[in-house]
Design a binder for this molecule. Sequence first.
Ligand code: ASP
Length: 435
Amino acid sequence: MEKKKSLMKAYLDFNVLYKILIGLVVGAIVGVILASSGITALPAWISMFGTIFTRLLKMIIIPMIVGSLVVGASSVSPANVGKIGIRVVIIYLVTSAIGVTIGLVMANIFQPHAALASVEALAKDAAGKTASTNVWSVIYNIIPTSVLTSLVNETVLQVIFFSLVFGLCLSFLKVSKVERVAAAANTTYQIFDCLTEIMMMVVRGIMQYAPVGVAVLIAEVFAKNGAKVAGALVTVTVACFIGYALHIIIVYGGLLKIYGIKIRPFFKEARTPFITAFVTRSSNGTLPTTMTAAENLGVDKEVYAFSLPLGATINMDGTAIYQGVCAFFLVMSTYGRGLAFGEMGMIVLLATLASIGTAGVPGAGAIMLAMVMQGINLPIEPGTVLAGAYAMILGIDAILDMGRTALNVTGDLTCTTCIAKKMGFLSKDSVLLKK
Ligand code: ASP
């Protein structure tokens, strides 16, 4: 009994993302062995463990969006949404949108895919695509006619829209002069905050099970397709990391230049939060280090004390790039085709908005990827080829998350410094201004 207990404790204590990586490797080895012995499918009772994992993931998507977006949107305090606040929010959203676009460009260049396409998947896709899509209807369909129906039907964009409206109104009511309203709004905020905490706890639980789920799903993929699919994951990683690097050079380098900030001393100071984020894979966890860097750069506390915590919550450029690359990988691997133009537009919109709801904690972006897929009408259903492809991405999430978190944090610091400079909140003695 003692031994059993300590084994369980050792399992729970071991870093979850490495466990998932081990799950990926074990699943791949088992799958390859099965394939070489001519077995291409797992028995139903084993396959069930993969299905349970996919169902658990699907289960949390909608409550997760509602909770985290309401909390994310209502954490923008109206007192701060002056000229600075609006500028910060806009620059955060614009850089995230550019991030997804870079991700999609990388995906189209590298074409990462594992050729898992099955006849059923292709047929299902063709059936789904027969309905004509009117561009304007995509826009007005963002507004739900019934909030409950959009929740029940899991219409992601509508749920996002309503949650944001709800959250923004809540942020105003929280500081209402009418005491009764302010008290009720703060209680409502606490309820949604608690909902988000509960969902995070559920996610942590699911992630403890993930190594088993991923191992089974990957074993299925490898048994069916052989070892050749492993190379695809290397391509995904390369495409993401080149995307991250380009974003730093083009977007951050460009912004610093435009705002007249010296690039070298900036990156010298940004190095510490960058490395901390790379290691911890958490924007929130890196926040103290990012704030120290902003302080050292001479950014006024009035600006960074508001914009950095906000950035850790709503600004996720690295995650956005990852969404672009991985959405392409999932569609190409499953349906044997690239992304349609409309789908790419939708991914830019969804991933930008999703970044508001992505918590700054390890692995959160991978859950949002499931949401983005749901949003482009290709939900990750249990027992499908798409679920196998998604498990492949989850298997290497530890690696992808390091890079994207480092970028997320660098983005927060870059945007904060630029806005501070523009609005006169950068110290005259800052190393960023010296000749
Ligand atoms: N780990 C990331 C962060 O904390 C979020 C993500 O998983 O994309 O910024």
